[in-house]
Ligand binder design. Structure first.
Ligand code: GUN
Length: 316
């Protein structure tokens, strides 16, 4: 090969290395919730063994009323994860006709059961059940969902003896493990539910996070403009692929809490899961993003296990 040919070849190789590096720089970081959840569950396994050595077997009761298929899947995987960690696991599947009084009796029995440290009644219950009354009936020391008013107050007060709702706790863990600095960051939470939106905003604004937080919702004026302000955008609205590319500031971190089932004739099942974010068009603009599935979803169960261990520790 002539000297000039070699030089040209080297130049081309360098150029191709440079362009592939540039391409990599433009790729968003995909936050792997499955991997982070596995790490959290490993920590849980170690703590379970330590508690068992002290004669305490962590116990979680999950209660499902009715036969909503998605809820049945969630409850099944919560119970399976408990069993896998060596917890005492109680799974109660009650018929859709269960009365409010019958459900309250089930909760009272679980409150009184010393082998049960955590109680979770899957939401949403059937229409004839008043969810607020059921939540208030759960012993707040066993309320591993963190929905009881006493735990909501502890979250606002930043009292670590309270239980933090599992999904927003999982989002915070993903931000922390991914090295995303929330200090002074502009965070926008879309959604104001008691399960995700409101507790998420509280966690982001807390003293150990220090974000500046906006809670937006379906009635917010010019939602895309509000979202474009965000360094950290949390989508928790339950509307498939609502957040579009032009809602996202280039370089933002996007956490997609949505798990929506949409029709997809190309799939054998006839459907697929998608988030609240139009992933394919949004991802190239982001510094980091969670996929659906495999992002926030697995974290919810992992944080539930952590909360149950906290309850077992605190109740003894
Ligand atoms: N339904 C959807 N998410 C949750 C959750 O975190 N806890 C309960 N109890 N129900 C849910």
């Amino acid at each position: 090969m002539l000297m000039t040919d070699r030089r040209i070849l080297n130049f081309v190789l360098k150029l191709s290395d440079f362009t592939s590096r540039l391409r990599r720089m433009n790729q968003p970081r995909i936050i792997d919730g499955k991997a982070v959840a596995a790490t959290v569950l490993e920590e849980c396994r170690i703590e379970t063994a330590a508690l068992k050595a002290k004669g305490i077997t962590p116990g979680l009761a999950v209660v499902l009323v009715g036969n909503d298929p998605a809820s049945a899947v969630y409850v099944g995987s919560k119970a399976r994860t408990c069993a896998d960690l060596g917890f005492h696991s109680v799974k109660l599947e009650l018929p859709a006709e269960t009365t409010q009084a019958e459900l309250l009796k089930v909760v009272a029995d679980l409150n009184a059961d010393p082998a049960v440290h955590g109680i979770l009644v899957q939401s949403p219950p059937p229409k004839h059940i008043d969810e607020e009354t059921v939540i208030r009936a759960i012993d707040p020391r066993k309320d591993v969902d963190g929905f009881h008013p006493k735990n909501v107050a502890k979250l606002v007060l930043e009292d670590p003896t309270g239980f933090v709702p599992c999904t927003p706790a999982g989002c915070m863990k993903l931000l922390e493990i991914s090295g995303i600095d929330t200090n002074g960051a502009e965070a926008v939470v879309i959604g104001r539910s008691m399960i995700v939106g409101k507790p998420m905003a509280m966690l982001l604004v807390a003293k150990n996070s220090n974000a500046t937080v906006t809670i937006a919702h379906s009635r917010s004026k010019d939602l895309p403009a509000i979202c474009r302000r965000a360094d950290i955008l949390i989508a928790a609205v339950g509307r498939p692929e609502m957040v579009k590319a032009d809602w996202v500031k280039p370089g933002a971190v996007v956490i997609d809490v949505g798990i929506n089932r949409i029709a997809d004739p190309s799939k054998k099942s006839g459907h697929r899961l998608t988030g609240d974010v139009a992933y394919d068009e949004v991802a190239p603009r982001c510094a980091a993003i969670t996929p659906v599935p495999g992002g926030v979803g697995p974290m919810t169960i992992a944080m539930l296990m952590k909360n149950t261990l906290q309850a077992a520790r605190q109740l003894g």
